[in-house]
Design a protein around this ligand. Sequence first.
Ligand SMILES: [Zn+2]
Length: 206
Amino acid sequence: MILLIIAAKLGRCRRFCQFIGGPDLKKTKIAGFCIPSMALLPILCYPDRRLHTVAKPIAGVDARVAQLVRDMLETMYDAKGIGLAASQVDVHERLIVIDVSQERNQPLVLINPELVWTSEATHLNEEGCLSVPGIYDGVTRHDEVHVRAWDAQGQSRTIEAQELLAVCIQHEMDHLMGKVFVEYLSPLKRNRIKTKMLKAQREDAR
Ligand SMILES: [Zn+2]
């Protein structure tokens, strides 16, 4: 039973990063970005230093933030990701968008998210990231988290998240702190990934 649950979780988690590399997708050739040409906002690609910027709080939901939310959702759906942090589109403000539904019709917008509770229980999950295409590895996360955030209308709410949603929230909140999931891996693995990413970016730029 446990194995089945883990397998199911791994299957879903793979969707973190199914977005690029298909032969039918043209990639743009902007230095430091790895994106399908259809994406509305370019996604920064690891090891771009801008991914390590700590995001600032958003003062209020105005027209600019509402537009950013729309653009990020469109970009996330286009890239077939289940989560996207503003940091990944080079906007260093505390905003994340998520949709872990199978139907891809349940967008979740978290502005200024703060973890208010985390479970003691943790689990090793396989993760990927739109900013680290093609790389998947295990990261230990809390099984359940409670997060307080504004929604797209600026209303404060608290979400109790388990399983994939909990993992996704923790992954995206790391981005807001300037942390990419590969930084949980050993220096050896991280360096290999860095080298692989830089090589792929050089080839894409040709
Ligand atoms: Zn990510």
